[in-house]
Write a protein that binds this ligand. Sequence first.
Ligand code: UD1
Ligand code: CA
Length: 452
Amino acid sequence: MQIGSVILAAGMSKRMKSAVPKVIHPILGKPILAYSIETAQAISSLPPIVVIGHASELVMQNIHADVQYAFQKEQLGTAHAVTMAKEGLKGRVDQVVVISADMPLIRKETLEILIETQRNHDGPMSMVSMVDDDSRGFGRVIRNESEDALAIVEEKAATPQQLKIHEYNAGIYCFKSDWLWDALEAVKKSAVGEYYLTDLLQIAVQAHQSVKVINLPDPEEAIGINNRVHLAEVEKIMRRRINEAFMLDGVTMIDPERVYIEAGVEIGQDTVIYPETYIRGKSRIGKNCEIGPGTIIDDSIVGNDCRVLKSVMEEAELEDHVEMGPFCRLRTGAHLARHVHMGNFGEVKKSYLGEGTKMGHFSYIGDAQIGNNVNIGAGTITCNYDGQKKNKTVIGDGTFIGSDTMLVAPLTIGENAITGAGAVVTKDVGDGEKVVGVPAHAIKNKKEEGRT
Ligand code: UD1
Ligand code: CA
């Protein structure tokens, strides 16, 4: 059985009050439309057909998925929109699933049940309804005394009696492909001048063909986004779904409602995530870590047994057993090796800090290659920018950088060297050398002094 899918995304979405089309507003880092596309891909034999119209260039620029686009020049209604997919699907598939781009919570399991329902009966279409207190402006499902669905009436057109019906059209359909394209031709313009896809129900019923309506057990799935209140509501549900999956996989969350993790992130077992933590993009967190509270991790890697407290990481990497924070910032290319300790108010950019190196307080390290077991005293700064270009600082293993040292790059400091507090180091320092002052000059270090 060949399944085709159509995603309706051509509408104006005026109620978002936005300069950009609704379907590219992001939810947890992904455009709204990307969710429907993934769901449709999961059940389709061909790439889904996305019907676009309003701001179509912007939509296409923001979607990076294997889909086919169909253009609806004028938004003449949902039936007209589906007709735009005819060329791509007619004669190629047995069934056509239609969903809307503004309903990212629909699960693929629901579509599978719908497809199965359609497969197992003779009629030309199956659809999804749900029962809820809040109508959200949805069309009402009209049934006769024997409970057969007869028609869908849009809220705008409903009589007071019909408005009392609590069974709504979710806007999710599966059609027999052979039937669909001709039936669409039969749809007449509504009172508001649109061609309604929902009329297909009546068209089938009038031809004495059976229509199956399956009920959505979880009405949440059908929440559509029409304005930014709905956007926030859907985001919250999506976040809960993602967080629950992590928790069931062995990640602890202290107050999951206040944890923001994007799909695609990886987190190891027994890691604890504290509130107000954002983990986004292609981030990977190891096992046994403590992340947050108040931490933002974007496109970064965190090893096992790390602690990241109230800090920010962007395209950075921590190896195992790193402790960091509070109030640290790792920018692009920061790489902290095993057992690095980074205390409060530190910034590291495009630099490597070797195993066991300590950077306790108030330092900036940029464009540096730092060895193992280096002590970076409070207030140390790599003066990496000379006004024109960025210069590199290299520090060898075991070196002690005194508090408030200015490391004027380009600069190389050897192994087991010492800089005095407040030194402004402008010239390279050899292995074991001790330098002090402004500008720094070599003096005998204590051990040698003791010998004289
Ligand atoms: C539609 C249903 C309604 C159902 C609801 C569920 C119709 C007439 N009504 O109403 O019964 O309860 O969905 O969400 O179908 N679109 C186009 N081209 C158009 C018009 C719409 O691509 O010419 C797209 C929209 O961008 C949107 C989708 O189709 O993604 C649904 O259209 P919308 O206007 O939002 O219909 P609803 O009023 O929600
Ligand atoms: Ca809608």
